[in-house]
Ligand binder design. Structure first.
Ligand code: SAM
Length: 193
C-alpha cells in the first residue's frame, strides 16, 4: 500500500503539486503511528495523499478534511477509494476560515496544511476542538526560511511571515507543549496538555 502511495506522491511532485515534503511526511507518519488517533482533522487535503497515509498508520481512525478546491476534492475521493479508506474519510468543501469556527466535533489529531497566512487565525478554534492530550501537527511553519530570518524575506511575503510568527508565538502559550522541527519548510508539533 505504501509503495503505491509513494508512487502517487512522486507523480504529484513531478506535476508541482503542493504536498508535504518527504522528511515531514515521514515525521507525520511516525507521529500518527505513535499517537494512534481516532478522529483526525486535516486542513488542506489536496489529493488526499497525506490523509491516506494517516489512515493507513492509524487503522481505527476517521478523517475529516477541509479543502477549498472542488477539483482536488474529486481527486482525493478517488484516491481514498483506491486505498480502501473512503468509509473512514469525509471532506468539507469550502474555505477553512469559514468552516473551522463552525466545527463542533472533537479531534485527537489535527494536521494543519492549508493557507499559511491564516494559521494564527485558525489556532484558537483548533485548540477548542482539540482533545486534551491531542496533537496539532503543522507544516510550513518556517515558510521558506523567512520566519526565523535564515533567508531574507521579499517584501511581498512579509505579511505571511508575520502571520506565521504569530502562530509560532501562539503555540508557545501555557497549556501547550510545542516542538519545532527546522527541516524542509518547518514543522511544529504541539500537544494540548
Ligand atoms: C499543501 S496542500 C495540502 C497537501 C496535503 N496535505 C498533502 O500533504 O498531501 C494545501 C491545500 O490547501 C488548500 N487550501 C488553500 N486555501 C484553503 C482554504 N482557505 N481553505 C481550505 N483549503 C485551502 C489548497 O487547495 C491545497 O489543496
Amino acid at each position: 500500500m505504501f509503495n503505491q502511495l509513494i508512487y502517487l506522491r512522486e507523480q504529484a511532485k513531478l506535476r508541482g503539486e503542493p504536498i508535504l515534503r518527504d522528511k515531514s511526511f515521514e515525521l507525520l507518519k511516525e507521529t500518527v503511528i505513535k499517537k494512534q488517533p481516532k478522529r483526525i482533522l486535516e486542513i488542506g487535503v489536496n489529493l488526499g495523499l497525506s490523509g491516506i497515509a494517516m489512515l493507513l498508520c492509524s487503522e481505527n481512525a476517521y478523517l475529516t478534511g477541509l479543502e477549498i478546491d472542488e477539483e482536488k476534492v474529486k481527486l482525493a475521493k478517488e484516491n481514498y477509494r483506491t486505498f480502501g479508506v473512503e468509509d473512514r474519510a469525509k471532506i468539507f468543501i469550502g474555505d477553512a476560515a469559514e468552516i473551522i469556527p463552525q466545527l463542533t466535533a472533537k479531534y485527537d489529531f489535527i494536521f494543519l496544511d492549508g493557507p499559511k497566512g491564516h494559521y494564527h487565525q485558525y489556532l484558537p478554534y483548533l485548540l477548542d476542538v482539540l482533545d486534551k492530550g491531542g496533537i496539532l501537527f503543522a507544516d510550513n511553519v518556517l515558510f521558506r526560511g523567512y520566519v526565523l530570518g535564515s533567508v531574507k524575506t521579499p517584501h511581498r511575503y512579509n505579511t505571511t511571515k508575520n502571520a506565521m510568527l504569530n502562530f509560532l508565538r501562539g503555540i508557545q502559550q501555557e497549556g501547550l507543549k510545542s516542538t519545532l522541527y527546522e527541516m524542509e519548510d518547518g514543522v511544529s508539533i504541539t500537544e494540548k496538555l
